[in-house]
Design a protein around this ligand. Structure first.
Ligand SMILES: O=P(O)(O)OC[C@H]1O[C@](O)(CO)[C@@H](O)[C@@H]1O
Length: 452
């Protein structure tokens, strides 16, 4: 079986000679700190050997639960935000037919995502859509207290119970949450829902290979055994016994830190040439953004879908401020085959493409863009994925997680906390007069009055 591969040749040319080699000691130190559990945030290292520790029995328990939901639901709403949502959506969208919601494939339930915003129209339209549907809910929240998710779950629980009756609703509501704490746990225990525990030592953005991601992915009809197998193989390929320059996570971590430190590259743009990968970038943005963006440091993780965004962001990337580099996820072989037809009239002048696969054009767009952007001063890292399937997506997930752990340690931050996220929550609760926030409410109102 092949592995995903990393090509940094078009990035290291922007670095001083020998930079990757010079990072070896730092990378090894970071990797050892992870492996020995001596790094900052070492109580959140449960993801490190997670893939190889998942048992077939555990996967069966998840699959059995998914089967119950699949048998009893036309639609399944995955309620969660951030790490409790992005991984599942990333994998499901990468593997699904791009038009699945229009095809009306009755063999799989429609998977919907909510609890990731507070848009009134969104929630209204969702509840309207679900009115005549047999639907279930997977309520995912590690803390069990996240407002967006809790608010949505309250709405959906009520609607599900009204539509199916309380007893039937219990069969199709599942909670993935903390073992003991939080509102999601309290509701599950009181109502007797099936639950899965998010391990204490796995942070939200590293949790896609726990039931947080595995249950929704199995509900969508994808093979979670293969996903975990791919991740476990990548765990080996990025293991501590692998030579530094053979370890893709180590090299990626070294190159991105080199670009940041030496070349002033403060922004990494994750690029794909397959629209199905859009949410892989969204997942990756949280992984690296929440892990590294602290202590006034950290590469800003951005993303583009090419060639689409070449027609909107291409100008900036080619000639704007030279603070960016690109990391491209390139899928070697599409799952389907489509040839350009010949056209006798050739009004569009495209007969030179007749008989070629669409992907051949896409690959030339990719190569042409790579050359142009490198010429324009944009370093290019390339990750090749043989095909888009569960196995290789599993590899990709673990590769990024391991690289993130190493990279954050090289940067000198705690990659496993996210204290900065609390600031908006504190203000929101104060503004909404949440009990317990009386002092903050008073202070924020005084401040706003002064600013008027
Ligand atoms: O799973 P929870 O606790 O609802 O958190 C969801 C997301 O919110 C954050 O805690 C930020 O507020 C993320 O780190 C996390 O992935």
């Amino acid at each position: 079986m092949k592995n995903i591969t990393l090509d940094v040749s078009k990035a290291v040319q922007f670095l001083k000679e020998g930079t990757v080699k010079n990072y070896e000691a730092k990378v090894k130190e970071a990797q050892e700190a992870l492996e020995n559990g001596t790094c900052p945030g070492n109580d959140f290292l449960g993801w490190l050997h997670l893939p190889s520790s998942i048992t077939p029995e555990f996967l069966k328990e998840i699959q059995d639960c998914a089967n119950t939901l699949r048998e009893n639901c036309e639609a399944i709403v995955v309620a969660g935000i951030g790490g409790s949502y992005l991984g599942a959506r990333a994998v499901i969208e990468a593997l699904s037919n791009s038009f699945s919601w229009l095809i009306g494939d009755k063999s799989n339930p429609t998977i919907l995502f909510a609890g990731n915003n507070i848009g009134e129209d969104y929630l209204y339209e969702l509840t309207e859509y679900l009115k005549d549907k047999k639907f279930g809910v997977i309520n995912i929240s590690k803390s069990g207290t996240t407002t967006e998710t809790a608010l949505t779950f309250r709405l959906l629980k009520k609607q599900c119970e009204e539509q199916r009756g309380k007893e039937e609703a219990k069969k199709v509501i599942v909670a993935v949450t903390d073992a003991t704490k939080g509102a999601a746990r309290a509701a599950a225990d009181k109502e007797g829902y099936k639950t899965f525990v998010i391990p204490d030592n796995v942070g939200g953005r590293f949790s896609v290979l726990t039931p947080v991601g595995l249950l929704p992915i199995a509900c969508a009809g994808f093979d979670i055994t293969k996903l975990v197998e791919g991740a476990a193989d990548m765990e080996k390929a990025c293991g501590k016994d692998v030579a530094y320059e053979e370890n893709p996570a180590a090299v990626y971590a070294a190159v991105r830190n080199g670009l940041y430190d030496q070349a002033g590259k403060k922004i990494e743009i994750m690029v794909n040439y397959q629209p199905k990968l859009h949410f892989i970038s969204e997942w990756w943005k949280q992984l690296f953004g929440e892990s590294e963006g602290k202590d006034n440091k950290g590469i800003f993780p951005a993303s583009c879908d090419f060639t689409t965004d070449l027609h909107s962001m291409g100008q900036w990337i080619q000639q704007g401020e030279r603070s960016i580099y690109e990391t491209v996820i390139s899928v070697e072989e599409p799952a389907k085959k489509l040839l350009f037809p010949n056209d006798e009239e050739n009004l569009d002048g495209l007969n030179f493409l007749a008989g070629k696969r669409v992907d051949e054009v896409n690959k030339m767009a990719e190569l042409g863009t790579r050359l142009a952007h490198v010429d324009g001063g944009v370093p290019n890292i390339r990750i090749s994925v043989p095909v888009l399937n569960e196995y290789y997506i599993g590899q990709l997930i673990y590769f990024f997680e391991k690289a993130c752990g190493i990279s954050g340690n090289i940067l000198g931050v705690n990659p496993f906390n996210q204290p900065g996220v609390e600031a908006y929550k504190k203000n929101m609760f104060a503004l909404l007069n949440k009990p317990g926030y009386e002092e903050d409410s008073k202070a924020i109102k005084e401040r706003l009055a002064k600013e008027k």
